[in-house]
Design a protein around this ligand. Sequence first.
Ligand code: 13P
Ligand code: SF4
Length: 317
Amino acid sequence: MFRGRTRKLQEEILRLKEKENAFILAHNYQVPEIQEIADAVGDSLELARIAQKNRDADIIVFSAVDFMAETAAILNPDKEVYVPDPTAKCPMALMCPREIVAEAKRMHNGVPVVLYVNTLAEAKTEADVICTSANAPEIVEKIGGDKVLFGPDKNLGLYVEKMTGIKVIPVPEDGYCYVHVMFKPHHIAMMRRRHPDAVVMVHPECTPEVQEVADFIGSTSQMYRYARESEHEKFIVGTEVGLVDRMRREIKGKTFIPALSKAVCKNMKKNSLEKIRQVLLKKPHENLVKVPEDVADKAKRSIERMFELSEKGKVRG
Ligand code: 13P
Ligand code: SF4
C-alpha cells in the first residue's frame, strides 16, 4: 500500500476509472503502484484472454508495451484501447517485420508459421497461429508437422524444439529480448551459492545455457503460480524484476530474489501512474491504439486460432 502523492494519484485514477467505465490491464512487469490499481495483472496469454472476454468496459487502458495493447485492440474492435505511453515498444517485436516472415514463407513453402505474441499486428497477418511463452510448445505440437517457422525469439524457439522434438526454423535468424539475454549461467551459479535452499525459475526467453541450469522454466504467470503453489519457500527469479515485485507483494511468507537486479525492461517501465491519469482525463488521440481494419481482421484469425487450439486440450498456462 502506497502513501502520500502516489496514494492520491492512485485514488484519483480509481475515481476516473469508475467515471469513464474503463478497464485497466497491466503486465507483470509494470511497477507496483500500477499493478495495485489495475483490474487485472498477468502474463501475455492471460491479458489477451481477459481482453477477449471483456464486454462491459467502454475503454481499455493497457499498461505494458505496444504489441500487447495491439492484441487487445484487435480482439475488441468496438472499444477504444489506450496506452499510457505510445513510445513503450518491445524491441524484440520490432526485429520481426512482416516482410521477413513473408520471405521465410516463400523459402519454406507449406511450413506452418507460429509467431510469438511479441510481434506487431502487421507480422501477425502472416502467421497461421500465435503463441505466448505460456503455451508455445503446446501450440507448435497442435499445429502439426515435423517443422515450423517460428519467431521472433530464438531462445523460445530453441525451448520449443527441445520440448517437442519438432524442428524450429527461426525467423529472423537471431531475434532476442535484450533483458532476458542479460542472464548468464554464472549469475545463476552465484545466486545458488548464496541461497543453496532456493528454487531457480527462469523465463524461456533466457538463453538455453541459462534454461539448462534452472529448476523451472515458464511464462511470468506460470512462475508466479508455481511459486505460490510450491512447497518451497525461497525462489531465485530469472526474469524482469517487476515480477519479483508482484510476488513479494502478493505471495506472503515466501522469499523472492531477483537473479539479476539490473534485468529491467526500460520499455515496460515507461508507463507511470501520471500517464495513466492523463489518458483517463484527456484520452489523447496519440495514445489510442489504431490497427487498420484489414490488418486487424487477418491478425485476429491467428490469435483466435491460438485460443481454439489451447481450448482443445489442457493449456500449460
Ligand atoms: P509473458 O507472457 O511470460 O508475461 O512474457 C512477456 C514478455 O514480454 C516477456 O519478456
Ligand atoms: Fe520485449 Fe523483452 Fe521487454 Fe518483454 S522484457 S517487453 S520481450 S523487451
